[in-house]
Write a protein that binds this ligand. Structure first.
Ligand SMILES: Nc1ncnc2c1ncn2[C@@H]1O[C@H](COP(=O)(O)OP(=O)(O)OP(=O)(O)O)[C@@H](O)[C@H]1O
Ligand code: SF4
Ligand SMILES: [Mg+2]
Length: 344
């Protein structure tokens, strides 16, 4: 089966006044149609930049792609023109951001923002098919876009959408604003939905409702989802696959249940030990000792070595490549390489 997303050996630098940060360091990630992939890892490890590389929403500058390919539906997005990327974003990839306020403009009503988003999506599609820069924005087009916006709001659970569409964002709760953003993200019936911490800013009960909504939409419109979160419980609840990221690379990837039951990478093992369970004795919670490396001058070889209890001198020689543990479970650690004398 052809992968919907296939990120291969992606290297990305951030060129800043402080120097060059080597942020993505050979990311490999494959997402098949119908997958719900949870991307987890400590703050600053490159989750958002990895995900935003698919629709090319990384800020350039300071971002600079150094090496690698990002295939979406079999085509490398790094080779695409801005018009082609606009079409891709309009038609194939929906994005939900962490903070519902950043996605909505406080000075325009929900109607103005949704109608404009739907019309500009149509413009992007017509630019690709017919070479038109924009279609005339006549009353009939706006009326149809408004009807679609109301239908979308109804679908994502906004009560009385005909009336509420005239509201400003501040008149909606955080959960309702996030529902509006989900409605906008699915307006183009995308193949892929990227949800970058979609529930972090919300109350626990509202988080559960939003996750339920995403799960319903996945079934209804056959969405493939890349979900970024710090909450492994959310991944366990919603996703079928998990990718664990550390300092710019995916270090373990596989089926959620198998990875959570028997993690192979020392970093994944540490992450899971940091989650409290009912049986964890008080004060006995273990985490990953140490802190994330400085990406302006990262350690050589395996970037996890300075924090790893199993590290040996060979770990600092080269970045460990992905090893396949069993058909669809992969880990980037020298301990699992058969050709390595100290392998387990
Ligand atoms: N616009 C920017 N300018 C400079 N550095 C940046 C910029 N955006 C991200 N970075 C750096 O790139 C690294 C990866 O950022 P990214 O946002 O992908 O991390 P993340 O894993 O999504 O973190 P979080 O969980 O906090 O959202 C971080 O060290 C961050 O400081
Ligand atoms: S490659 Fe070495 S340092 Fe890196 S996680 Fe494996 S054992 Fe630890
Ligand atoms: Mg992020």
């Amino acid at each position: 089966m052809e992968a919907l997303v296939d990120i291969q050996n992606l290297h990305l630098d951030m060129v800043t006044l402080d120097g060059v940060a080597h942020v993505l360091n050979g990311v490999n990630l494959t997402i098949h149609r119908g997958d719900l992939v949870g991307l987890v890892g400590e703050t600053g490890c490159g989750k958002s930049l990895t995900a935003m590389s698919i629709p090319q929403l990384t800020p350039k500058p300071p971002a600079r792609y150094v090496e690698g390919r990002v295939y979406f539906r079999g085509e490398n997005v790094l080779d695409k023109s801005e018009t082609e990327l606009r079409y891709l974003r309009a038609h194939h990839i929906g994005v939900i951001f962490q903070d519902p306020m950043t996605g909505l403009n406080p000075v325009f009503t929900i109607e103005q923002q949704m109608v404009d988003a739907i019309l500009s999506r149509e413009d992007a599609i017509s630019a690709t098919y017919w070479g038109l820069k924009w279609l005339p924005s006549n009353c009939e087009r706006r009326r149809r876009a408004r009807e679609r916006a109301i239908a979308l709001l109804r679908r994502v659970g906004i009560p009385e959408p005909e009336r509420r569409i005239h509201s400003y964002p501040h008149e909606f709760s955080g959960g309702m604003r996030q529902r509006v953003l989900i409605a906008m993200a699915i307006a183009g019936r995308p193949d892929l939905l990227i949800a970058d911490e979609p529930t972090t800013a919300l109350d626990v009960s509202v988080q559960a409702q939003i996750l339920r909504l995403i799960a319903e939409l996945v079934r209804e419109i056959q969405l493939t989802v890349l979900l970024i979160t710090h909450n492994i419980g959310v991944v366990a609840q919603l996703c079928n696959r998990i990718a664990v990221m550390y300092a710019g690379a995916i270090v373990e990837e596989g089926p959620v249940r198998r990875v959570l039951r028997a993690p192979f990478h020392p970093y994944t093992q540490g992450l899971l030990k940091a989650i409290p369970t009912e049986t964890t004795p008080k004060g006995k919670l273990q985490g990953v000792p140490g802190s994330v490396p400085n990406l302006y001058s990262p350690p050589p070889g395996c970037r996890f070595a300075p924090r790893c209890a199993y590290a040996r001198s060979v770990c600092t020689l080269q970045q460990p490549p992905m090893t396949t543990i069993d058909e669809d479970h992969h880990v980037a650690c020298i301990l699992y390489r058969e050709d390595h004398p100290g392998s387990l």
